[in-house]
Design a protein around this ligand. Sequence first.
Ligand code: ATP
Length: 302
Amino acid sequence: MTSRISLKAAAKINLYLEITGSRVDGYHDLVMILQSIDLCDRVDIRKIGADEIQVLCTNPEVPCDRTNLAYKAAALMQDIYPEIGGMEIVIDKQIPMGAGLAGGSANAAAVFVGIDRLWDLGLTQSQLCDFAAQLGSDIPFCVFGGTALATGRGEVLSPLPDLTDLVLVICKPRQIEIATAWAYQTFRKQGLLATSQVKNQNLSSQIVAAIASGGDSAPNKIGRLLYNDLERVVLPEYPAIADLKNKLLDQECLGAMMSGSGSTVFAIAPDLDRAQQIAEAVRTDEIDVWVVKSLVRSIFDA
Ligand code: ATP
């Protein structure tokens, strides 16, 4: 019987993030379009004799205790399936933290999928989605990946047609990490919901249509429709992120936007050559830059 599994866990970007309401449970109602990208952590899970969960991570800044989302996913599965024994989870961290790229959520998703496969649980997609949603709003998407419309607090997913070969330049200011909770709380405190910039514009339907249209012109159409409500709180507070976005827009890109609650800003490029040129134009000692393509799934064999 297999005793270990090695998985890649992909980061995501938000092509679209609209806050449409606040909820009594403290979360917000959202309309998001999420896209998996080829910037991945590697998650190795190994069965161990003892009943415990051990987490190790190559990035010393990531907590390896019970607060780690991979640990929480494993603990949740042990609660539900007591026959599951102990495991060691080793995370090779490539996805930056506090970046709006859902690195922690991707790790948790890999643990759900890995446990299902290692212990042969035969979970359905809907069971995996339910477990994932208990831990975090982005985790269901991280289990399935590809391109999806996410509503509710982000956990209600509708798959969209695959975006293959979307070329992206991903830029993360090294010194800036943003707590997602801070961004949403600030949005609420500043009453920005009442002054929505996109209400009644049907912008999300337009970008869904652009994705569905496929073909060579899709990246161009998508680039013009990118939107993120959280830019309204993050960019005024962090001028370096606003500068980075403007620098990307000054290049010949098809559109640029902050991902999630930041601090990552991404640009859509017309092709790989142009993406490399954009990357060179914005890369500094302060800004980490990756040229990546879109992925059609998020958890796969390493
Ligand atoms: P999101 O887009 O979902 O807001 P993010 O990219 O902004 O995610 P993460 O990298 O997921 O942020 O991590 C945010 C915080 O979660 C970190 O400060 C870290 O302390 C904690 N954390 C818990 N588990 C993990 C993990 N496995 N990997 C990274 N961070 C983790």
